[in-house]
Ligand binder design. Structure first.
Ligand code: T4K
Length: 404
């Protein structure tokens, strides 16, 4: 137990963990099943270009998302680019700034201008009123992000986009298996994009997918995904190569096999973090509606320095000294980094506050209840003695400067 500031590793105490405890350890599933699938691909010498493993992966993702079509890609960033292109977007696209930079960069990569709007501070997701206020004659679409798996306010966004004749799509990178009002994420807007990066709840090493109920759009996406090839194998348009390989699909299928168990584990981890940090003033744990099948792949806390006496960045240093490796998803927010900061300066107070406070703590199949108790022990010690930690840290830094 960390009782005093002296017990913290940052100030000379023993580290809580011998090995680093990471956010985003991959959910690998049954390794022997993965190797079986790989052996099968090698035995049959079919490694990419729409092989059987890829097709099975696409079918299972479509089922999980409750949609007719899934087009798997080499990663979600490229999937976003293809989705934007296939939707025929132009000019400006309104999106939240509280997201991974890929949501915005993918738009820029295909010649669109991301226009950032503020979030609802209660949910972290795009605020539909702010989205509507950002509409101009150049706007072609609104892109919502289901932040950490919490669904965007889809109904309200639909109203805004219908009213202004805009398209609607979602970056659902975090939201595999989650629902909105009981309906599975994947079938909203024109299309949605999942990520299967190594750090996601289902991983295919690197991977992504666009899911949609629009069969024509899916056909166009398949073509864009493979050099602009049409159904007869002829080149019909400009396209790229963003295909998912059989090796990636083998990993994706194996990770999907483990999906239910991973989510059960994540939910238990999330509940434990909540109970361990309950009543620690200045720390709030981002919650999920249990009725909406949250995958709980991220445990997100917000540190209110005014109450805790310690800033999120210093708490992060405290944790790192203990061999805990948290992440600041998403700080800085998109509008706070180049090129957007210079090109389209904008103030988004709720986003900026959240970006200043947010910290993602380790979870996933590799993180046990005992690990979580130890992480929370450090957080409790550092936050309940927040002012002391801050003073001590600055005093030490001043002494180091003076002795130079
Ligand atoms: N939209 C949204 C809303 C997203 O969050 C993302 C990606 C995208 C779109 C684009 O999806 P992809 O194009 O990537 O499919 C990570 C991921 O690279 C990125 O996929 C993810 N979001 C983002 C939130 O996080 P980093 O820069 O934090 O990754 P890295 O390498 O620092 O790893 C994070 C932690 O995971 C580390 O503490 C170590 C651990 N880790 C990582 C890898 C790669 C492992 O334990 N094993 C591993 O193999 O971006």
């Amino acid at each position: 137990m960390k009782q005093q500031v002296d017990d913290l590793a940052l100030f000379g105490g023993p580290a809580a963990f011998l090995q680093p405890l990471f956010v985003g350890r991959p959910s690998i599933g049954d390794r022997s099943r993965f190797l079986e699938r790989m052996n099968w691909a090698l035995d049959n010498q079919w490694l990419t270009n729409g092989g059987p493993l890829l097709r099975e992966f696409e079918e299972r993702v479509a089922d999980l998302a409750g949609v007719r079509n899934c087009v798997a890609t080499c990663n979600a960033t490229t999937a976003l680019q293809l989705m934007y292109l296939a939707m025929g977007l132009s000019g400006e696209v309104i999106m939240p700034s509280m997201t991974f930079i890929a949501t915005a960069h993918a738009a820029r990569m295909v010649g669109l201008r991301p226009v950032f709007c503020d979030i609802d501070p209660a949910t972290g997701c795009i605020d539909p009123r702010e989205a509507e206020a950002a509409v101009t004659s150049r706007t072609s679409a609104v892109v919502g992000v289901h932040l950490y798996g919490r669904p965007s306010p889809i109904d309200e966004l639909e109203k805004v986009t219908v009213k202004h004749g805009l398209k609607l799509a979602f970056d659902a990178a975090h939201a595999l298996g989650c629902t909105y009002q009981g309906r599975r994420i994947g079938g909203f807007g024109t299309a949605e994009v999942f990520s299967f990066h190594a750090t996601k709840v289902v991983n295919s090493f690197e991977g992504g997918a666009i899911v949609t109920d629009d069969d024509g759009l899916a056909q166009l996406l398949r073509s864009l995904n493979a050099f602009g090839t049409g159904a007869g194998g002829r080149t019909e348009r400009i396209g790229t190569n963003a295909k998912m390989s059989e090796a990636a699909a083998a990993m994706g299928l194996t990770s999907l096999d483990a999906f239910d168990a991973t989510v059960r584990h994540n939910r238990a981890n999330h509940a434990l973090y909540r109970s361990e940090l309950l009543g620690v003033e200045g720390v709030s744990v981002f919650s999920f509606d249990e009725e909406e099948s949250p995958n709980c792949q991220y445990v997100v806390v917000q540190i209110d320095e005014a109450v805790a006496g310690v800033h999120r960045d210093l708490l992060m240093q405290v944790l790192r000294a203990e061999n805990v490796v948290p992440q600041r998803y998403f700080s800085p927010a998109c509008h706070q980094v180049e090129p957007y900061r210079s090109e389209c300066p904008v103030e988004l107070p709720h986003t900026e506050r959240m970006a200043d406070q947010v910290l993602v703590l380790p979870t996933g199949p590799a993180v046990s209840g005992e690990d979580i108790r130890r992480v929370c022990d450090v957080v409790r010690c550092a936050v309940t003695r927040g002012r002391q930690v801050t003073e001590r840290f600055h005093r030490r830094a001043d002494q180091a400067t003076a002795s130079r």
